[in-house]
Design a protein around this ligand. Structure first.
Ligand code: SIN
Length: 315
């Protein structure tokens, strides 16, 4: 079943459209930042107009070279990465990537990171004025950097401070991306919600490491990295479930989504939308397969509107 044009308006077709904190999406499927580049890399394989939204590669104020190599290692049912926010900087993004993305009819969500609270505020300001940006995903959960990132996301007070600073500089919807590497993700979600976030993304990667038994040294140049892929899915579903119960904000759920059934699991736990990440590296068409599979699931189960399933597992 094709979902092209099936934005819930055709008679007999299930409605797939969702709204994430003010961002209207034709379906709930988006991309996890860092696994889909700036869209250009995937355009040969994916009709970008069929996605609910694109969340682009993490952007910082200045270009960043990233961490020492190797920066990726496969693990059972997953991948460890220690990229370190390698990216060409916000000016390059605005000048080169945004004009290309403007040629598509898909909301563009920009993932932003900084070393300081001020960095996040300046990025929010800059991107709000650029035009063509549908929303900001505030990354306070990268485990691979010495400053900012997870340091902000593991402290509810700091997480709230970053959120307030970004909200103070933009009228775009602000989605805060949370870390699973905390004692209580609910405590962080509650503070971020109080600080004015419009939506939440969860989860970022789980801190891990892997050692090469031949060299007897860590595989990754940065020693530790973030684990993603199917191995983390049950942890992510649990966290979406807990945050949905505690905070009345739309959630973009992610962590090891490969199939439509995986996506439906997140939606039943409380996610309004879902992001496909590591699976893009295995099959670049995964996002569209998931869109089509969700539509098929709704059709086969007599569900006329996807929104009826959000949080339905809570009874
Ligand atoms: C990285 O660039 O190290 C990964 C991004 C992230 O974990 O947020």
């Amino acid at each position: 079943m094709s979902s092209k044009g099936s934005n819930g308006t055709s008679a007999g077709k299930p409605k797939l459209a969702v709204n994430v904190g003010g961002i209207q999406m034709i379906n709930p499927v988006t991309t996890a930042s860092g696994t889909f580049g700036f869209g250009t890399e995937y355009a040969p394989y994916v009709d970008l107009n069929r996605l609910g939204a694109i969340v682009v590669k993490g952007t910082t104020l200045a270009p960043r070279a990233g961490n020492p190599t190797p920066r990726l290692v496969e693990t059972p049912a997953g991948v460890l990465n220690s990229i370190g926010l390698q990216n060409p900087g916000v000016d390059h993004f605005i000048d080169e990537a945004l004009p290309y993305l403007a040629g598509f009819d898909v909301p563009v969500i920009v993932n932003i990171s900084g070393d300081t609270v001020e960095d996040y505020a300046r990025l929010a300001d800059r991107l709000s004025q650029a035009g063509g940006v549908a929303g900001l995903e505030v990354n306070i959960s990268c485990p691979n950097v010495k400053k900012g990132g997870m340091q902000f996301g593991s402290d509810p007070i700091m997480a709230a401070e970053v959120t307030r600073a970004v909200k103070g500089k933009t009228s775009l919807p602000v989605i805060v991306k949370l870390s699973p590497n905390v004692t209580s993700i609910v405590s962080v979600a509650e503070k971020v919600a109080e600080a004015g976030a419009d939506a939440l993304s969860l989860i970022n990667t789980l801190l891990g490491m892997s050692i090469d038994t031949k060299t007897r040294r860590p595989f990754l140049g940065n020693v530790m990295g973030g684990l993603s892929g199917p191995a983390i899915r049950p942890v992510a579903v649990r966290m979406v479930w807990q945050v949905y119960q505690a905070v009345k904000l739309p959630i973009i759920g992610m962590g090891g989504i490969v199939t439509a059934e995986d996506a439906i699991e997140f939606i039943l736990a409380g996610a309004t939308a879902v992001a496909v990440g590591t699976a893009n590296f295995v099959n670049p068409h995964t996002t569209i397969d998931v869109v089509e599979g969700i539509e098929k699931y709704l059709y086969e189960n007599g569900v006329s509107d996807l929104n009826e399933l959000i949080g339905a597992a809570h009874g």
